[in-house]
Design a protein around this ligand. Sequence first.
Ligand code: G3I
Length: 479
Amino acid sequence: MMESVFRPPARTLAGLAVTALAATALVAVATTTSATAATGLGQLAAAKGKYFGTALANNHLGESAYATVADREFNSVTPENEMKWDATEPSRGSFNYTGGDAIVSHAQAHGQSVRGHTLVWHSQLPSWVSNGGFNSSTLTSIMQNHISNVAGHYQGKLYAWDVVNEAFNDDGSRRQSVFQTTIGDSYIATAFQAARAADPSAKLYYNDYNIEGVNSKSTAVYNMVKAFKQQGVPIDGVGFQAHFILGQIPSDLQANLQRFADLGVDVALTEVDVRMQTPADSTKLATQSSNYNTLTKACLNVTRCVGITVWGVTDKYSWVPDVFSGYGAPLLFDDNYNSKPAYTGVSNAFGGTTSSPSPSASPSASPSASPSSSPGTGKACSATYALVNQWNTGFQSEVTVKNSGSAAISGWTVSWTFPNGQTITQLWNGTLSQSGANIAVKNASYNGALAANASTTFGFTGNWSGTNGIPSSVSCTGA
Ligand code: G3I
């Protein structure tokens, strides 16, 4: 059983909700509460305020062992190919969301958040784009239209988007993609602006490989992100793909993640695998386990490292042997869905048990509950607090903020007092002020404006001890 850390669909261990309208305590709705022991890596990660995800391929979901392991172990998914340009806009202006929609509905049904991948990339780009001979202004419109349609289609359903993927060469120069050669350097900022307009609630990432350590390429990306932050280009995160070779995890991985985080962006390991020369043997598998342990700890040690995604459920379907001849076995589960020593390396880093799951273990059912809702009263805004999940000493909540008045508001602040000394460890889609038990959350820059009847959400993870009571009063004031 798992829970999602960020923007989770309704899959809960415990459901408790309280709604307040304009500064007064109103309704408390309680259903059953049941905390259970951690069983999957996603749940172990959530207890530390992170997510642990996998690339998911739609064409394998019909294989029951594949789906069982994916749903048991991971609380975040990234469509491996289904949201790329060749899948979503194979011919100009003709959009196809079949594969992506299937991944999103599978994820929603299993409490997994979704990282969208990817809007602008030189690869898996249809030839009508790469060989179209468009001028700069036409290609800019084509790119903006693609982003507007695809990110718009998934608006509100994705935790994050890899907006631009792999735009740099290893020496730090720009890759000479059709976007670079036709539009120039500015295409990346333009893509981020289009993505923010299409889905204001998705975290917007730049994603690349060979940027895990400090080197020419990562420094070029670092300088771009720094400039974007200074210029107000809407970037929220950097994805470090982390396609590693056995025994070659950069020693400065954590320091490099931290230097990006210090720019004011989230960081994530987005496509992790650790390939080895095949066949695997016990020595290589032990080294691989140690490597996975190291990279997991690097993320754990960086507050703004929000999570880790491995690039596939099983070695059987990894992209590695197709591209690197003689290499393979890079993931946590072998061809028969048996967990490998690498699984224990990750689990241990999260402080979990060292026992490995059996291939046939299925996720247990969990009760679910939705936040209660209240009709608008003409007041400026209302807030609904929902305890989404709790485990051991951690919990996750989501607050829905609704403009229940008849005029638009341009900002909001939600506040409450925790009854049992709970503390918030990480909050997203809002700005937190925490003073003892008193909490105030102000809108983020992108979700303050709410039209009449519009709503938005923010979420957080926190610590509790003894009792995890819900606040008796949650207030909302709108600007
Ligand atoms: O869909 C066609 C199918 O119709 C055809 O019969 C078959 C024949 O080979 O090919 C299928 O397309 C393949 C596609 O995956 C879907 O399975 C392509 O050949 C194959 O090249 C493609 O590989 C993907 C690769 O990106 C393409 O660049 C991998 O699955 C995917 O894991 C990999 O993922 C990338 C990330 O997106 C970005 N970072 C690097 C990472 C690894 O390359």
